[in-house]
Design a protein around this ligand. Sequence first.
Ligand code: MN
Length: 359
Amino acid sequence: MEMTLRWYGSAFDTVTLGQIRQIPGVTGVITTLYGAKAGEVWEREKIRRLAGEVEASGLHIAGIESVNVHEAIKAGLPERETYIANYIETLENLGKEGIHLVCYNFMPVFDWTRTELARKRTDGSTVLAYTQEAVDALEPEKMFASISGDANGSIMPGWEPERMAQVRELFELYREVDDEKLFDNLKYFLEKIMPVCDRYDINMAIHPDDPAWSVFGLPRIIINKKNILRMMKMVDNPHNGVTFCSGSYGTNRENDLPDMIRALKGRIHFAHVRNLKFRSPTDFEEAAHLSEDGDFDMYEIMKALYETGFNGPVRPDHGRMIWGETAMPGYGLYDRALGAAYLNGLWEAIRKSEDGKRQ
Ligand SMILES: [Mn+2]
């Protein structure tokens, strides 16, 4: 396991590489060419420059989150051929620059969905939150406007204003696409990219849909154990793998997180570990990483990762906004640093206790 932090690049992130470097045990960052549009080819030179900047700080790029998949690929339009070719070229360029992990998602139209970006908790911290009631009362195109006032001036990945301006057109694309069709389109995409992944040893790690159910009537497939195992089987290549995100799979209370980790042994290439606190099965907020602060048993999650031999990057996922910090919601320094330290502590304790049992 390698502890990492997500970093959006010096032009976009309030957190610096120098600060990340000082979090004990954090050796890598998960980053992206922020500003690159879905479907664009990432030039080698740009990747090299980004890697050089990260390496100059004493860290390295542990993986990319994300290389976004163009809607034409997800919706299965004829233009997908061009965008898949571009995606392959990007993977090739990443591979040539020594990057072997790519996180992506296959969610139609919206990336993650939250209805509040700054819900106040009793300790005065603020967190991202979701209620189904709020989603049901919203027109999809008003979603962005309803939350953007709380974004602290940052552009939320997946919620870029120019994208949100086309929400209605995007919905049109998926009128004929149900879950089965979306599975077909994902399979088509994966089969096309597996050869380049094999060639450059690139692990593709699909991020679950968040929340793990359909929103606004759109198809959603990466939501539970049954579907993710189906996906692993339909393109049975170790490079076709998973980002295990506890906070996304965990939105559905029926998902048994440690059990899912065990079922996905060998196919989890990347892990996002965070905690949620539920008010009801469809009303939840993000919590501190500590087990007692939310509803997940973080020890059991880390233990399942340890026991299945997980050796990829982990990042503490969203954190609370604490200590007066102003940053992109979920991506401040302080609470994610606390999360990294806590998860490292759990890991050390699990490793020592398991190693002790073996002797
Ligand atoms: Mn995640």
